[in-house]
Design a protein around this ligand. Structure first.
Ligand code: PBG
Length: 324
């Protein structure tokens, strides 16, 4: 006559729900991706990412300080150069936009948050690929590795606490580790974008960095159909010396995230990418979703699936909500 089990007892009021809540999101778990545009006099809004801008050097420093004040755990910097070439030489130039920005941000925040640099050539090449091309127009894995090693040293020298290779070249973590160790940057960490999928959800990011890409990244980023392959990529990156590993995107890949978190013996990050941001913002703008609840639920879900660290364009704002 009566149900013998009543799970609702643990939901009857806020106090009991708080007591038994399994997953939390704290400001320190969040990493804010930031864009800085070379030569910009004013911050440039990114049309497909309402609320996100390409920063000037000054506005980047200010936004970094705001993120630190909100308690954000880390910053991930991306550069948008004024000029590009076939080998992405702005990436290794100490005066290149990203390296200048790293120095600015480190001067601003010191060790109060973790300063990370996206390590990839796609923003710096005139063809928009993540590596250099061979004579057939195919991304040349091993020639690209050489440049990644140099880029890592430039970023570490500019003040990055952590470099984050996102190009999905085979062997990238090992080469970067060797280059850093050989140049006295043995304390610079590597957050490997280990399981990075060839995803349509990066669409708005192409606007964010004025991407030059025609075509796709299917010869180096993973096929969204594959789960096991992510575990292989993680194994390889750990063997090569990754300090942390990442799954990207997040929401459509929570199964992969769960599997990776189950096997990795290092901290696991997940990247809530541009398209995940923009689709929620678009629905909010229509009045179809409640912004704060939707954002916090999405972050909680990513944590519940196993992420220690979450990269999100809402990091500063979410950190403020969480501290209230
Ligand atoms: C490569 C890089 C990309 C993103 C992060 N690093 C673009 C890509 O792989 O095409 C996407 C991030 C996002 O969509 O928010 N430098």
């Amino acid at each position: 006559m009566y149900p013998s089990h009543r799970p609702r007892r643990l939901r009857r009021n806020g106090a009991v729900r708080r007591l038994v809540s399994e997953t939390s999101v704290e400001p320190r778990h969040l990493v804010l991706p930031m864009f800085v545009r070379e030569g910009a006099a004013e911050p440039v809004p990114i049309a497909s990412m309402p609320g996100v801008v390409q920063h000037t050097r000054d506005s980047l420093r200010q936004a970094a300080a705001d993120a630190v004040a909100a308690g954000v755990g880390g910053l991930m910097l991306f550069g948008v150069p004024a000029a590009r070439d076939a080998t992405g030489s702005g990436a290794v130039d100490p005066e290149g936009v990203l390296n200048v920005a790293l120095r600015d941000v480190r001067a601003e925040v010191g060790d109060d948050t973790v300063v990370m640099a996206d390590l990839c050539l796609d923003e710096f090449t005139d063809h928009g690929h993540c590596g250099v091309l061979d004579e057939r127009g195919v991304v040349d894995n091993d020639r690209t590795l050489q440049l990644y090693g140099e880029m890592a040293v430039a970023q570490a020298d500019a003040g990055a606490h952590v470099v984050a290779p996102s190009g999905m070249m085979d062997g990238q973590v090992g080469v970067i580790r060797d280059s850093l160790d050989a140049t006295g940057f043995e304390d610079t960490g590597i957050l490997a974008y280990s399981a990075k999928y060839a995803s349509a959800f990066y669409g708005p990011f192409r606007d964010a960095v004025d991407s030059q890409l025609t075509g796709d990244r299917n010869t180096y980023q993973q096929d969204p159909a594959n789960g096991r392959e992510a575990l292989r990529e993680v194994d390889l990156d750990l063997a090569e010396g990754a300090d942390m590993v990442m799954v990207k995107p997040a929401l459509s890949y929570l199964d992969v995230l769960r599997d990776v978190a189950g096997v990795a013996d290092v901290p696991v990050a997940a990247y809530q990418v541009s398209g995940e941001y923009s689709m929620i913002e678009a629905a909010v703008a229509q009045g179809w979703l409640d912004r704060e609840r939707t954002v916090l639920e999405s972050l909680t879900s990513i944590r519940r699936a196993g992420a220690d660290v979450v990269l999100t364009y809402w990091a500063t704002e979410a950190a403020r909500w969480l501290r209230r």
